[in-house]
Design a protein around this ligand. Sequence first.
Ligand code: HEM
Length: 402
Amino acid sequence: MSAAPVMPVDLSDPATFAAGPPHEFFTWLRNEAPIWWHGPTDHEPDGFWVCTKYRDVIAIERDAATYSSARGGALLMDMADGTELMMLNQDAPQHTRLRMLVARGFTPKVINSMADSVREATRQIVAAVADKGEADFVTAFAAELPLVVISELIGVPYEDRHKVFEWSNRMIGASDPEYGGGADEGAAAAFELYAYAQSLADDRKARPMDDLVTQLVTGELEGEKLSDIEFNVFFLLLSVAGNETTRNLISGGMLALLQHPDQRERLLQDMSGLPLAVDEMLRYVSPVQYFRRTATVDTELRDVPIAAGQKVTIWYGAANRDEEIFERSQEFDALRTPNEHVAFGGRGPHYCLGASLAKLEIRAMFEQILGQLPDMQLAGEPQQLHSNLINGIRHLPVTWTA
Ligand code: HEM
């Protein structure tokens, strides 16, 4: 098969994503070079492999012995000191131990028990702005909910939750001119967040409460608990992994509905389709664009030789539009089924710990928005976050009938 040649773009450069993910290039890659060598760039002097096919993303994630998360970490740039304690950057057996410890906070029982308060939080968020008739959707709707929910899950006091918002913005947006002031600013924000996590842990050790922090820092499981530094790093991971992703899925999902009024209409006619629409938003938006692994041995993928030590990146948003798996893969079809997307990962050992919580939040949010503000309209140009990691929207001006 031969697709029209497309100019390669620099996937290591945040500016490449200023107008959204380069889907045209991804389509070319899937069809012409599914295992493609991205030569060295200013941002990434080593060069790296780019994998865009659905089946390859799954195969790589499930073969953690060949494709390590611990050698260099899960992001393109080798990880900073200290972040090897983050589960995302670990392999078995360290990863297995940490995952077992923290998974206690994410059992179906715990998540189900949060359903009412998540719904109540969305009601309050929507009620607080419903009379205004206009807003920046990102700050007014999308950003609030994940913050409230993570804060509640971890046990961050209500009045401190905007600090977590600001720190995670500064960390994730370090590459974006509006949010970040570069790598130093990102590191400073991480440092402040660690200090805050430590104070929270100290507080719970002195005054145990019925929350996740208390469980993680005092509770023991088979003789194991998190060390202080492990807890601080986990707190950082959660505040980024749980906030930025869900926020941008809600914004990106809303934008998809606004740009496809026929699909919104289908949902307004029959809200029982909402769970399917949530999965379609996840597939279509794919808030996490890529993660990285490193080959531990000389190996090959689709007959392409990969050398030990080389970086291998897997692109979720590209895999989620693989025409071999999804019919009309570039289209947003709110009631698409089947829809086994990989927005939360390929069901390997690092599969998203917060997947059910995220789905609960997204469903609750769209129930409220579609129910209360069914005529929401786009009122200006959406502005995209400059990041190759998060497919994000900085601003999304909307109006509705108050
Ligand atoms: C729409 C929302 C979200 C998306 C798209 C998303 C996506 C992902 C992806 C792609 C991974 C890596 C999977 C892999 O390597 O196999 C991941 C891991 C993770 N996610 Fe999420 N996530 C979301 C929400 C959340 C939430 C709400 C939380 C926590 C409250 C969370 C916590 C985590 C953690 C802790 C990991 C690391 C797991 C590990 O290394 O074992 N995520 N997520």
